[in-house]
Ligand binder design. Sequence first.
Ligand code: SF4
Length: 224
Amino acid sequence: MHAGRPVVVVRFAGCNLSCSYCDTPEARKPCDTADVLGHSGATTIENPIDIDEVISIVTGRFPDSRNVLLTGGEPFVQSEAAVRLGLGLRLKGFGIHLETNGTLTPESKLARIAFDFVSMDIKLPSSQGGRRLWQEHASFIAFFKGVQMAAKIVFDSKQLAEVKQALELIGQINPHLPVFLQPVYHGDSPAMDSEVLVEITRQAQAMVTDVRVSLQMHKILGLR
Ligand code: SF4
């Protein structure tokens, strides 16, 4: 939804899942230190970091930035911290976007006002060793209904039946939720014929009102 918009990325360590296509395995475990990377160089600080210190780093090191993306790992493994950080940076005038796997619904209702935009994944069972997460996703979508949000489904051509199940689930809870269909990448290319992608996108329109194809822009641009 916001592809191409410049952001400061804050990456949370730790994740409750183990996706077969995970491209940030190093972010799935808590770590002793955090790297702060920016135009003025890199520094390393000890974890855990207090939320006020994160706010001070973002405002001090990136004064010209307008948007902050909270991602992981999975930010809602530390949901209280993610909500406090979102609220704190919003009060400083930043637009806050959240990337989440959409399986951990936060306890605090404040989460509904902590983020300007929530991008959730729908995880297909065959990407999770057979584990079905439909109920977790349904609770998450219902909790954030009314908040600016979109769902992303990452899949390959063997998972089309599960993609349809995911679309049906979204259609039952919030059919107007924008849905991004993103093919799994092998190396720098989508691991799927474009005809398959076009056909599943065409079929998706019967289940949800706003479906879009999503490609991995950083790979197209050759960014790492
Ligand atoms: S939810 Fe994200 S960080 Fe966690 S295993 Fe899946 S892809 Fe990796």
